[in-house]
Design a protein around this ligand. Structure first.
Ligand SMILES: C[S@@+](CC[C@H](N)C(=O)[O-])C[C@H]1O[C@@H](n2cnc3c(N)ncnc32)[C@H](O)[C@@H]1O
Length: 417
């Protein structure tokens, strides 16, 4: 299976790299010239010693974290008009497969942990008029859409604003008890609304401020992609780019970034970063840069992906989400998780197997060599979950042709025992 082969290639060096070593913690210089060590709250999913929990750099200064979010009247009008258009741009991925797993019936309650443009939530609401959906998103723009949907579907949609790591508190505040949900969906990563808006700083296609935070406006104290590329040392940047972007030229790209910012100026926009990254590629390497569909891929795509995952702490968030949600699912309740990166899929697979995510898995070949005759099916047995699809599900050829974003989607689903 392609997936496990990919995981095996990445993981040996990956796991070594993730061992904790506080002596390697890099420093970041704050606005007042003070040096701050990057703090580590968990070593799980980070290249050694690297954590995104840094104070903002001299570009952005220190800003207090805000808990709630309110649009001004003017912003509200603008955002509403914009988001109406933007929802059209995000096509829900593997919708049919997910709906055939959930099969919503009367009075069932669902949790959509990644509301986005609400594509999956709407399908649940429309499939049965007696269903209810709790809709979480960390992005205030998505939350705003969920609130609008709540107005339309009275008493059936409950918007929640926050991250996976806030979910437990949010559910407790909403008086949601354990064993409440019949189905929980995670559709990891970013929405097209985020990717395609140059002001959010995710996009390669159009220039914009180098931000990439899904909730930077709500939690401005978290570092943006500009903070990361302008402050971390070359070795740390290379680890991030290699691990999260699976980029072969990570070291060279990191060196180019550091060289540029030292000789010229801090990198401030997406186009500026893309240009600096392209210096690391020969004409030939650039011409060979293709995605899994064989389409031309911008040479900066993998580095952008790595920075996005790092800035939003995506792997730790996913790991946290899975553990948080388990007690909130009813017995027999269904969990469906869509991921777009091999490391994310690995977290989900390990979680469903009831294994420690840090444990190195054995390939079938390795199992046979060590006279471990466990079959692939037995490997997937778990004391807590009945796994729906033994093999990871991928989007159909037709869906990929309609929505190229679905090409790297991997769907895993399970019933809670
Ligand atoms: C791929 S989109 C979901 C799209 C949605 N299923 C749809 O069909 O419209 C992922 C969404 O999850 C949100 N998200 C990602 N990580 C999150 C986290 N840790 N906590 C809460 N929301 C998160 C993003 O802001 C984004 O809106």
């Amino acid at each position: 299976m392609v997936l496990s082969r990919t995981a095996r290639i990445i993981c040996p060096s990956f796991w070594k790299g993730f061992k904790s070593s506080k002596s390697h913690l890099p420093f970041i210089t704050a606005g007042n010239g003070e040096h701050k060590a990057l703090t580590t709250s968990s070593n799980l999913w980070y290249p050694r010693g690297v954590r995104p929990k840094v104070q903002r750099s001299k570009q952005s200064g220190y800003v207090e974290q805000v808990q709630s979010w309110n649009f001004s009247e003017e912003e509200e009008k603008g955002e509403a008009a914009k988001t109406e258009e933007e929802t059209e741009l995000h096509k829900p991925v593997m919708l049919e497969e997910i709906m055939s797993i959930f099969q919503p019936s009367d009075n069932q309650v669902f949790l959509d942990m990644t509301f986005g443009a609400g594509g999956h939530t709407k399908a649940i609401l429309q499939s049965n008029s007696l269903t209810k959906v709790y809709a979480l998103d960390r992005d205030p723009v998505a939350h705003r859409l969920a609130s609008k949907l709540a107005d339309k579907y009275k008493s059936r949609v409950f918007p929640l604003l926050g991250r996976f790591t806030d979910l437990d508190k949010l559910l407790k505040d909403a008086a949601v008890q354990h064993q409440s949900f019949d189905g929980v969906l995670i559709d990891a990563g970013c929405s097209s609304m985020q990717f395609d808006n140059p002001e959010r700083g995710f996009a390669l296609s159009e220039d914009g401020p180098l931000d990439m935070r899904m909730d930077g406006s709500r939690v401005p104290s978290t570092p943006s992609a500009a903070d990361v590329v302008n402050n971390l040392d070359a070795q740390t940047l290379a680890r991030i780019i290699r691990t999260y972007g699976e980029e072969r030229l990570a070291k060279k790209i990191a060196a180019m970034i550091v060289d540029y910012r030292e000789k010229h100026k801090p990198i401030e926009t997406t186009a500026e970063l893309a240009t600096v990254i392209s210096f690391a590629f020969t004409h030939r390497a650039a011409a060979d840069s293709k995605d899994s569909l064989g389409r031309k891929l911008h040479v900066a795509t993998r580095t952008f992906q790595a920075l996005r995952i790092f800035v939003n702490d995506e792997l730790n968030e996913l790991h946290h989400a899975l553990h948080t949600i388990k007690p909130y699912l009813k017995k027999g309740g269904k969990l469906a998780v869509l991921t777009f990166h091999s490391l994310e899929d690995r977290i989900v697979k390990r979680f469903l197997q009831g294994k420690n995510v840090n444990e190195k898995g054995k390939s079938l070949h390795e199992r046979k060599r060590s006279h471990d005759w466990t079959t692939d099916e037995e490997e997937l047995k778990s004391p807590d979950w009945q796994i729906v699809n033994k093999k990871v599900l991928c989007a159909s050829e037709f869906e990929v042709s309609q929505n190229p974003r679905s090409r790297s989607a991997k769907l895993r689903a399970a019933f809670k025992l």
